[in-house]
Design a protein around this ligand. Structure first.
Ligand code: NAG
Ligand code: NAG
Ligand code: NAG
Ligand code: NAG
Ligand code: NAG
Ligand code: NAG
Ligand code: NAG
Ligand code: NAG
Ligand code: NAG
Ligand code: NAG
Ligand code: NAG
Ligand code: NAG
Length: 833
C-alpha cells in the first residue's frame, strides 16, 4: 500500500476516534480488569462475568503469613462465588499490578460461608480492609446476619504501580473475603469537581478522596446487573426508597432511541437507565402540586457525592418540561429545562452535587417537583447515584486512619526488614559459597572448572534475587482448590501417629518432621509436621498445601488432608511404601532395580513433571527435581513429591519467572543459577541429572571423587560424548540391557543437560523419548553386547554417604539460617537429631 493511502487511513481513524464515534465500534474495555474469586480452584461465572481464581492471576500476589481457603458444596449458598473464601489469621495483602493509574473500582464480596470441620467462624469475623491510603471497611461483622451477602463498591484513585488491599484481622479472630474486583474507570466518569449544595459553588479536588457507592438507582426501571453495564455497575430499582408509594409514575421508551453525546456515553450510564424514568403520577392525588421524594439512610458524619441523571423521554415536544430538583430541602437545580440543555428529546444529561454534612441528619432526601414559576406540573428523574466521600482521616468507615488500623509491626517496617534480611541473606550466601569454594580448592588444588558453580551434596540454598521485586513474595502466592483435602483435627493426627511416636519417624526435613501414620479407616499415610517457628518453612508449607491440593495425578504424591489447629501446620500425604528412588539406586542393601524397572520409574516421574508443566494455563515448575523427591509406592510406581519449592511458571506472554535461586546442588540448572530466570527447562536439566544418576547409580555430586568425577552431569556427558556410557553405568546393569535402548536413553539425558534451556527438550519430548527407549528394550528379545565386560570397564563408584554432606542448609530471606536434614535424604541416612 502506498504511503499516501496509508496516511489518509490513519488520519481517518484518528478523526473517527476524535469525534467520539469510538463507542459505536466496541464498548469500553478496562485496562486493569481483575475479577477474582478467592479460594476457588475454578473459574466462577457470576452475573454473567467470569471470576478467575486468585492464585491463577500472574499480576496478583498475596502477602500473608497464613492464609487458608475454604470451599463449601452447600447449594443453599446464594451463588457459587460465595462457596469459597480466603481466610486470614494475620495481616494479609493482595497486591494488584496497575497498568493504568487513575480511578479504579474496588468491589468486595463477603459471605460467611459455613464449612463444617474447618473450625472457622466467619459470622463473628471482623472485617477490616484498607488500601495504601484509605480505610474501606472497619470492623464489619455479620453478627446481625440476615442471610444476604455483603457487597461493597469503592472508587479509589490509584497513583502507584500497585494497589494493595490489606485485610487486618483483630485479636485472635480471622478475617476473610470471597471475591474481589479491581477495574479501571474511564477518567470521564467521575469528576474532580461538583457543586457544593449550600453555596452553589463548585468544590474541586474530588480525585484526592476515596468514594464508596452507597446507592445507585435506575428510576422507574428494573434491576440492571453488572453484565448489562459496561463498567460492571449494578443499578437498583428505586421503588423501595420512595417516601409516598403512589407519587411516582414510571415511564419507559425503547433503549435504542437514547441519543448519547460525545461527553455522555454508555460509560456514564447504560441506556436502560435513561430509557426509564419516574414522573409525577396523577392517580389518587388531589393536589397536583407535590414533590416526589426519595429517602436514603446515610451516615451524618460523611459528605456525599450525588449525581442525578435526566433524560426527557416523556415529553411529546421540546420545552414542555421544566422542574426543580431538591437535595435535603435545599434547592439544587431551579427551573431545570432539559430541552435548553440538550436541544433534543431522549438526550441524556446529568448533574453532580456534594451534600453538606452540616445537616446532621441521618437521611438524605432527593426530591423533584414542579417549578412554581411555570404552569407545567410534571418532573422526571432517570437515575441517581449517591457516593460517600472519605473523611479527613482517609476513611470511608469510622474515624480511624490507615495508620491507626495497621499494627506497628506492619508494612513499612516489614519492608525494611526484608531489605535488611535479604542483604544479610545475600552476604551469608556469598560467604557460604566462598567457604565451599575454599574447601574444594583446598581439597583439590587443581580445580578451577567453570561448568558448575556450586559443589556439595543435597544442599538446599536460597538466595535473594536482585532481578525481581516479586521474588520475596513469590513463595507466598497462595493457591487453592475446592477439593482441598480433608481437614483433620489435631486429635485425629495424634491418634494416627501415636502422639508423634519417634519410632514412626520417617525423616526430618527443612520444615519439620515426617512420621508414618495410620488413619482411623486403616489407611497408611505420611504425616509432615511443620516446624512453626521457621518462617521459611511456613511459606513453603502454604505453597505446598495449596499446590498439592489442586494437583491430582497418578505420578504425583497426593495430599490426603491437613491440620492447622493450634498453630500446627500438618500435612497428611499418601504413604509411599518403597520410599525415595535414591535408596534403591545406591547406599542401601535393597535389591538392584532392573533396567526396565528403571525406565518405568523414569517414565512415571517424567509423566508427573510433564503434568506439572502443562497444568492449567500456567505451568508449575517443581524447582527441586532429584532422586530423593521421586518416591516409589508398593508397586514401584514413581510419584513426584515435595512441592515446597514449587512455583507457578511464567505467564503466557513471558518466557521466564525471575526468582530467588532455590534447588539442590548438583541438580541446579547452571543457566538458572547464572541468570536467576526460572523456566520449565530448569526442571528438565535436573531431570537429566536424575537420568544419569539412575544409570550410573551414584550421587549427583560426590566431592570425595577425583575432580573430573565429582559432578555426575559433567562426568557422564564426557563419557557419553565418547559413546562409552556403558563404561560408567551401574555394574548391575552390565549385559542386562539393550544397547539401542541405552543409546536412546543416553541421548535423551544429553539433551536434557544442554547448556542453554532453549536447546533442551520439553518434558513431553523427554517422556516420548524414554517411552521409545522402553520400547527398544522390550522388543529386543536377545541381548547382544559380547565385549561389554572385556573392555577396560570402570566399575560404578559406590557412594559412601557423608553425614556432613547430607545435611541441607537453608538460608531464609530473614537471614536466620538453620541446619536440618532433608526429609527424604534422612530415609537413607537418618539424622540423629
Ligand atoms: C478462566 O477464565 C479466564 C479468563 O476469562 C480464561 O482465560 C481461562 O481460560 C478460564 N479457564 C478455564 C479453565 O475455563
Ligand atoms: C448451608 O447454607 C445455609 C445458608 O447459608 C446455612 O443456613 C446452612 O446452615 C448451610 N448448611 C450446611 C450444612 O452448612
Ligand atoms: C470491633 O467491634 C466489636 C464489637 O462489634 C468491639 O468489641 C471491638 O472493640 C471492635 N474492635 C475494634 C478494633 O474497633
Ligand atoms: C440484610 O442486611 C444488609 C445489611 O447488613 C442489608 O443491606 C440487606 O438489605 C438486608 N437484607 C435483607 C433481605 O433484609
Ligand atoms: C488521580 O490523582 C492524581 C494525583 O492526585 C491526579 O493527577 C489525577 O488526575 C487523578 N485521576 C483521576 C481520574 O481523578
Ligand atoms: C421495582 O421493585 C418493586 C418491588 O421491589 C416492583 O414491584 C416493581 O415492579 C419494580 N419496578 C420495575 C420497573 O421493575
Ligand atoms: C441483560 O443482559 C442479558 C444478556 O446479556 C439480557 O438477556 C437481558 O435482557 C439484559 N437485561 C437488561 C435489563 O438489559
Ligand atoms: C408501599 O408499597 C409497598 C408494597 O409495594 C408496601 O409494602 C408499603 O407498605 C407501602 N408503603 C406505604 C407508605 O404505603
Ligand atoms: C412500570 O413498571 C411496571 C413494573 O415493572 C411495568 O409493568 C410497567 O410496564 C411500567 N410502565 C411503563 C409505562 O413503562
Ligand atoms: C407526567 O408525564 C407522564 C408521561 O408523559 C404522564 O404519564 C403523567 O401523567 C404526567 N403527570 C402529570 C401530573 O401530568
Ligand atoms: C418540594 O420540596 C421543597 C423542599 O422540601 C419545598 O421547598 C417545596 O415547597 C416542595 N414543593 C411542593 C410543591 O410541595
Ligand atoms: C457548606 O458546606 C461546607 C462543606 O460541607 C461546610 O464546610 C460549610 O460550613 C457549609 N456552609 C454553610 C453556610 O452551611
Amino acid at each position: 500500500m502506498n504511503v499516501g493511502k496509508w496516511l489518509s487511513l490513519v488520519l481517518a481513524v484518528i478523526l473517527f476516534e476524535f469525534l467520539g464515534y469510538r463507542r459505536i465500534q466496541a464498548s469500553f474495555t478496562p485496562t486493569d480488569n481483575y475479577l477474582i474469586v478467592c479460594g476457588s480452584s475454578q473459574n466462577v461465572t457470576f452475573q454473567g462475568r467470569t471470576f478467575v481464581p486468585d492464585f491463577l492471576h500472574s499480576s496478583i500476589s498475596l502477602k500473608a503469613k497464613r492464609s487458608y481457603y475454604v470451599a463449601s458444596s452447600n447449594s443453599s449458598v446464594p451463588s457459587s462465588i460465595f462457596r469459597s473464601a480466603r481466610i486470614f489469621s494475620s495481616i494479609a495483602s493482595y497486591e494488584f499490578d496497575i497498568k493504568q493509574r487513575g480511578r479504579h473500582w474496588i468491589r468486595l464480596y463477603f459471605f460467611p460461608v459455613v464449612v463444617p470441620k474447618s473450625g472457622h467462624n466467619l459470622i463473628s469475623a471482623p472485617i477490616t480492609v484498607v488500601t495504601d491510603g484509605f480505610v474501606l471497611l472497619n470492623n464489619f461483622t455479620f453478627e446481625n446476619y440476615n442471610g444476604s451477602f455483603l457487597f461493597k463498591e469503592f472508587a479509589i484513585n490509584v497513583t502507584s504501580v500497585t494497589l494493595s488491599l490489606t485485610f487486618v484481622p483483630w485479636n485472635d479472630l480471622v478475617s476473610f473475603v470471597n471475591a474481589i474486583e479491581v477495574v479501571s474507570i474511564p477518567d470521564s466518569v467521575l469528576p474532580d469537581q461538583a457543586l457544593a449544595l449550600n453555596r452553589s459553588t463548585p468544590i474541586s479536588g474530588l480525585s484526592e478522596f476515596g468514594m464508596e457507592t452507597v446507592y445507585r438507582l435506575n428510576m422507574g426501571g428494573p434491576l440492571i446487573s453488572a453484565q448489562n453495564d459496561t463498567l460492571g455497575r449494578t443499578w437498583e430499582n428505586d421503588s423501595k426508597y420512595l417516601r409516598v408509594n403512589g407519587s411516582a409514575l414510571n415511564v419507559s421508551i425503547d433503549p435504542a432511541s437514547i441519543k448519547y453525546t460525545a461527553s455522555i456515553t454508555e460509560e456514564t450510564a447504560p441506556n436502560w437507565v435513561y430509557a426509564t424514568a419516574e414522573t409525577m403520577g396523577d392517580a389518587n392525588v388531589s393536589n397536583m402540586n407535590f414533590n416526589i421524594t426519595w429517602v436514603f439512610p446515610v451516615n451524618p458524619n460523611f459528605r456525599y457525592f450525588v449525581r442525578a441523571h435526566f433524560c426527557d423521554i416523556s415529553s411529546q415536544s421540546l420545552y414542555a418540561l421544566v422542574f426543580n430538583l431538591y437535595l435535603n430541602d435545599d434547592i439544587a437545580a431551579a427551573s431545570l429545562d432539559l430541552s435548553t440543555l440538550t436541544s433534543n428529546l431522549n438526550v441524556p444529561y446529568y448533574m453532580d452535587f456534594i451534600s453538606s454534612s452540616s445537616a446532621g441528619s441521618d437521611t438524605l432526601t432527593v426530591s423533584i417537583g414542579p417549578d412554581s414559576v411555570t404552569d407545567i406540573t410534571n418532573a422526571t428523574l432517570s437515575g441517581l447515584e449517591i457516593m460517600k466521600i472519605s473523611n479527613e482521616a482517609g476513611s470511608l468507615d469510622g474515624v480511624s486512619s490507615v495508620k491507626n488500623l495497621l499494627p506497628l509491626s506492619s508494612l513499612k517496617k516489614n519492608k525494611i526488614w526484608i531489605i535488611i534480611g535479604s542483604l544479610v541473606g545475600a552476604v551469608i550466601a556469598l560467604v557460604f559459597i566462598g567457604f565451599c569454594c575454599c574447601c574444594l580448592l583446598m581439597r583439590k588444588p587443581k580445580a578451577n572448572h567453570q561448568g558448575h558453580p556450586l559443589h556439595g551434596n543435597s544442599q538446599t540454598m536460597t538466595k535473594m534475587s536482585m532481578a525481581s521485586k516479586k521474588s520475596g513474595t513469590a513463595s507466598c502466592i497462595s493457591s487453592a482448590s475446592s477439593s482441598f483435602g480433608q481437614f483433620f483435627s489435631l486429635q485425629e493426627i495424634l491418634d494416627a501417629t501415636n502422639k508423634f511416636d519417634e519410632s514412626l519417624l520417617l525423616g526430618v526435613g527443612g520444615f519439620g518432621r515426617v512420621y508414618r501414620g495410620m488413619l482411623e479407616d486403616g489407611t497408611n499415610c505420611a504425616v509432615k509436621r511443620g516446624n512453626s517457628r521457621s518462617e521459611q518453612g511456613l511459606a513453603e508449607f502454604m505453597t505446598e498445601i495449596e499446590m498439592l491440593s489442586k494437583l491430582r495425578h497418578r505420578h504425583l504424591v497426593s495430599l490426603i488432608g491437613y491440620c492447622d489447629e493450634r498453630s500446627e501446620t500438618i500435612l497428611v500425604y499418601e504413604y509411599m511404601a518403597n520410599g525415595p528412588l535414591r535408596s534403591h539406586l545406591y547406599g542401601t542393601n535393597f535389591p538392584s532395580l532392573t533396567w526396565k524397572q528403571r525406565l518405568d520409574i523414569c517414565i512415571g516421574a517424567a509423566r508427573g513433571l510433564h503434568y506439572l508443566h502443562t497444568f492449567a494455563a500456567r505451568s508449575i515448575i517443581h524447582r527441586d527435581v532429584k532422586t530423593t523427591n521421586i518416591l516409589l509406592d508398593e508397586n514401584f510406581v514413581a510419584k513426584v513429591s515435595d512441592f515446597g519449592l514449587s512455583k507457578t511458571g511464567p505467564a503466557l506472554d513471558q518466557t521466564h519467572v525471575s526468582t530467588a535461586v532455590k534447588g539442590s546442588f548438583g541438580y541446579l540448572d547452571p543457566e538458572y543459577f547464572r541468570r536467576q530466570q526460572l523456566t520449565e527447562k530448569s526442571d528438565v536439566y535436573s531431570f537429566g541429572v536424575v537420568l544419569m544418576e539412575v544409570l550410573c547409580a551414584r550421587s549427583a555430586l560426590n566431592p570425595v571423587l577425583p575432580r573430573e568425577q565429582v559432578n555426575i552431569a559433567e562426568w557422564a556427558m564426557s563419557w557419553h560424548k565418547k559413546g562409552m556410557l556403558n563404561q560408567i553405568m551401574d555394574s548391575n546393569l552390565v549385559g542386562k540391557l539393550n544397547p539401542a535402548s541405552l543409546k536412546k536413553y543416553g541421548e535423551t539425558a544429553e539433551k536434557c543437560l544442554a547448556e542453554h534451556g532453549t536447546e533442551r527438550p520439553s518434558m513431553g519430548d523427554v517422556l516420548w523419548n524414554l517411552e521409545y527407549a522402553l520400547q527398544l528394550e522390550e522388543t529386543s528379545s536377545v541381548l547382544t553386547e559380547p565385549d561389554d565386560n572385556s573392555m577396560n570397564h570402570i566399575p560404578a563408584i559406590r557412594l559412601t554417604p557423608l553425614e556432613s554432606f547430607d545435611n541441607s542448609v537453608t538460608m531464609t530471606n530473614g537471614g536466620n539460617s538453620g541446619t536440618d536434614c532433608n526429609a527424604e535424604d534422612s530415609l537413607v541416612n537418618p539424622c540423629g537429631r
